[in-house]
Design a protein. Structure first.
Length: 346
């Protein structure tokens, strides 16, 4: 048996909004001792360790089986802490106060000496202040900064529910906050602010429209929309396969094509992930991804719905596109990355 799978994991039910300080202290003490803690943020669950403890951070990579050249986000609980880590001098402080706490990660030149394993040796760091009372209390009580990727194993979809965190990570980590579902269900937006305009490396829960409004300008790469291969020098982690569900998933972007495919296929060997509105036109097995009027709901339930498709017993799944605005941009990025490029099964 893998020696890593013999860890005694403490699992505590803790409210995300009114966290019990005793439970938070247990988790914080584990961090101080060089352990690993799974905690909710407003986006997805994170798998955290002390950002200044090299061997603790190494455990994250071992547990997740994450390639070492994929750096970690550092989670802090205050704007002054963020300033300690990265050079934010060029950004108006009033803008920063509107970003954080919130589902946005800023990439900027590093000002701190964190172990290379956290930054993958890059001269930049990715930092964020999560908008989640439990996460903030936990970071504060740890009296350090928390390096944390999403809590899923590498290549899997991110974990948005503590029941999944427990089934995947029990026996591998030291502590799991059993705190139910996360708010957004999709990861933070990653923005590189070093250039003349903020550059969205990964769309996420903080919308590009909001970034545009705050900064007056912004750039979303075709790479960030999942339409083109990423620039690995800027965002090394982007080259790896992400969000791969355990069932072949095909995106059918054109809604008429989707209707034709679903209604004309003779075999009942697939399931269609579609909106409430779309399902009315289809005569096949469906998983409802939400209403097109509520893209936040579609985002929140996206990964659990991919899990439902995995458990459907079908040979493959098809999924519709959603409007690429607001959080829909991040939803489409995840769908593109989760789906197979190639012809549909005959
Ligand atoms: O919502 C989130 O962002 C969640 C929660 C836990 O905070 N975290 C998360 O972490 O999604 P992760 O590791 O799954 O994704 C972080 C991405 C990776 O693709 C990584 O390559 C990129 O951030 N990243 C980290 N440091 C970077 C840097 N200095 N420059 C560019 N990209 C960086
Ligand atoms: Mg991840």
């Amino acid at each position: 048996m893998d020696p890593e799978s013999t860890v005694n994991t403490i699992v505590r039910k803790v409210d995300q909004i009114n966290p019990n300080p005793d439970d938070v202290k247990i988790a914080a003490d584990i961090i101080k001792d060089g352990g690993t803690v799974v905690f909710p943020t407003e986006t997805v669950y994170g798998l955290g360790a002390d950002a200044y403890n090299k061997s603790a951070c190494r455990k994250i990579f071992e547990i997740k089986r994450r390639p070492l050249d994929n750096p970690l986000i550092i989670h802090v609980d205050s704007i002054p802490s963020a300033f300690n880590l990265i050079d934010l001098d060029r950004i108006d402080k009033r803008i920063i106060e509107k970003l954080w706490p919130g589902p946005i990660t800023i990439v900027a030149n590093s000002r701190a000496v964190v172990p290379d394993i956290v930054s993958s040796g890059l001269e930049t760091l990715a930092v964020r202040i999560p908008a989640n009372p439990l996460a903030l209390d936990f970071i504060k009580a740890s009296k350090t900064y928390i390096a944390a990727p999403s809590a899923n194993l590498s290549t899997m979809t991110s974990i948005v529910d503590s029941s999944e965190a427990i089934s995947v990570l029990n026996g591998l980590v030291n502590f799991i906050f059993d705190s139910g579902r996360t708010f957004f269900g999709i990861e933070s937006t990653i923005v590189d602010v070093r250039g003349s305009m903020p550059h969205v490396l990964r769309p996420g829960a903080f919308t590009s429209e909001e970034i545009m409004q705050l900064f007056g300008r912004s750039l979303v790469d075709p790479e960030a929309r999942g339409l083109k291969e990423p620039n690995v020098l800027v965002a090394p982690g982007m080259k790896y396969r992400h969000y791969a569900p355990d069932i072949p998933l095909y995106l059918i972007e054109d809604l008429d094509d989707l209707i034709d495919f679903c209604n004309m296929r003779k075999k009942n060997d697939f399931v269609a992930l579609v909106s409430e509105e779309m399902s009315k036109f289809l005569h096949c097995d469906t998983i409802i991804i939400g209403s097109e009027d509520n893209p936040y709901q579609i985002a929140r339930d996206l990964f659990p719905n991919l899990k439902k498709a995995e458990n459907s017993g079908k040979s493959f799944a098809v999924i519709q596109s959603v409007r690429e605005m607001g959080i829909g941009l991040a939803v489409m990025n995840r769908i593109r990355k989760a789906s197979i490029k190639g012809p549909l099964p005959p």
